[in-house]
Design a protein around this ligand. Structure first.
Ligand code: MN
Length: 297
C-alpha cells in the first residue's frame, strides 16, 4: 500500500506557462517554443528547451519535409513521437526511424551534425504529426562526450499501472515503482508519459531538489491553486518537496513529466550550441565551419 504523502512534503506549483505562437522548424515541424535556454530554461535546469508540435495534418506528398543537416554541441536532444513517423541520420553514423510511442535520445556531446525528416512512408501516406523535442543539458565535464544515438522503441518502454486504477505511466527515463526506463542519461532524470483517467488523482514520488515540470498533451489537469492546465501548457513545480499530486479534469489527461537534478553551471547558448562560456560558443562555430563536427553521408 502506498501511503499518501504529507501535504508539506509535496512540490508546489510555481507557475503555469503557455508557449509562443506556432512557427515552423524547417518545413516539417509546426512547433510552439514552450521554453528555451534564454528564458525559462534557466530555471528548468537541466532542461534547456522544449518545442511542442501539436497534432497537425499533413497531406500525402512526394517532398520529404523536415530540417536539413545542422549541428549541435554541448547537450542532448530527446524527441518523443506521439503521432506520425520521423527519420534521423547523423555524422556519427547514428540513425533510425521512430513512430508513435518511440523516442530518440541523441547526445550531441562534443559535436554532431544531423538531419531530421518525416519518414518516407509518412511523407507518401500523409497523416497527423504530433511530437515533442526536449533539450537536456550536459555537465561541463560531459560536453566533450562522444556523440551517441539511442532509439527507444515503444515495446522497450515499460508501462506501469498507477494505484487505484487512476491511469498509467510510461518510463522513458529514470524509474518508477522499482521499474527502470531504457534511456541512458548523464545526470539523474525522470521522463515519464503519464495518463490519468477522467477525474482521477495520483501522487507521484519525485526526488527532493529536482526541477519538475509537466507538459499537457491531451485533456487537462487541475493545478494545486485550482486553475486548469490545457494542451500545450507547461506547469512548473517547486524543486522543494518529494512528491507531485496531479488531478485530471473530467476529460482525463495525457502529459509528459520531466524531472531532473539541476546542473549548477553557467549556461551560454547560441542557436544549436549550448556551452558554459561565449568563448566556447565561438570555438563551436569555428569547429563546425571547419567541418570538425563531421557531416551526414
Ligand atoms: Mn536538430
Amino acid at each position: 500500500m502506498i501511503l499518501p504523502l504529507d501535504d508539506e512534503l509535496m512540490k508546489t506549483l510555481r507557475h503555469l506557462h503557455s508557449g509562443s505562437a506556432m512557427h515552423w522548424v524547417g518545413n516539417g515541424f509546426p512547433v510552439r517554443s514552450v521554453f528555451d535556454y534564454n528564458g525559462l530554461g534557466r530555471e528548468l535546469s537541466p532542461f534547456l528547451l522544449l518545442d511542442y508540435a501539436a497534432p497537425h495534418p499533413f497531406p500525402p506528398g512526394n517532398e520529404r519535409r523536415g530540417v536539413e543537416a545542422h549541428p549541435h554541441k554541448g547537450f542532448e536532444t530527446v524527441t518523443v513521437a506521439y503521432q506520425g513517423e520521423l527519420e534521423h541520420r547523423d555524422s556519427s553514423g547514428g540513425g533510425g526511424r521512430i513512430g508513435p510511442g518511440d523516442v530518440q535520445w541523441m547526445t550531441a556531446g562534443r559535436g554532431i551534425v544531423h538531419e531530421e525528416f518525416h519518414s518516407s512512408d509518412f511523407t507518401r501516406k500523409g497523416g497527423t504529426l504530433q511530437m515533442v523535442q526536449l533539450w537536456v543539458n550536459l555537465r561541463a565535464a560531459d560536453k566533450s562526450a562522444p556523440p551517441r544515438y539511442q532509439t527507444l522503441l515503444k515495446g522497450d518502454i515499460p508501462v506501469v499501472s498507477l494505484p487505484d486504477e487512476s491511469g498509467e505511466l510510461r518510463i522513458i527515463a529514470g524509474e518508477y515503482a522499482e521499474m527502470r526506463g531504457p534511456a541512458l542519461t548523464f545526470t539523474p532524470i525522470h521522463l515519464w508519459d503519464v495518463s490519468l483517467r477522467p477525474g482521477k488523482t495520483t501522487t507521484l514520488p519525485l526526488p527532493e531538489g529536482h526541477t519538475t515540470a509537466i507538459l499537457v498533451l491531451e485533456g487537462s489537469v487541475v493545478t494545486p491553486d485550482g486553475r486548469k492546465a490545457a494542451p500545450g501548457d507547461l506547469a512548473v513545480y517547486s524543486r522543494e518537496g518529494g512528491g507531485l499530486s496531479l488531478m485530471a479534469t473530467d476529460d482525463g489527461v495525457k502529459l509528459l513529466l520531466m524531472s531532473g537534478e539541476p546542473i549548477d553551471e553557467p549556461v551560454v547558448g547560441y542557436g544549436p550550441f549550448v556551452m558554459n562560456s561565449l568563448d566556447e560558443i565561438r570555438q563551436a562555430y569555428e569547429e563546425f565551419q571547419k567541418g570538425g563536427m563531421g557531416r551526414v553521408d
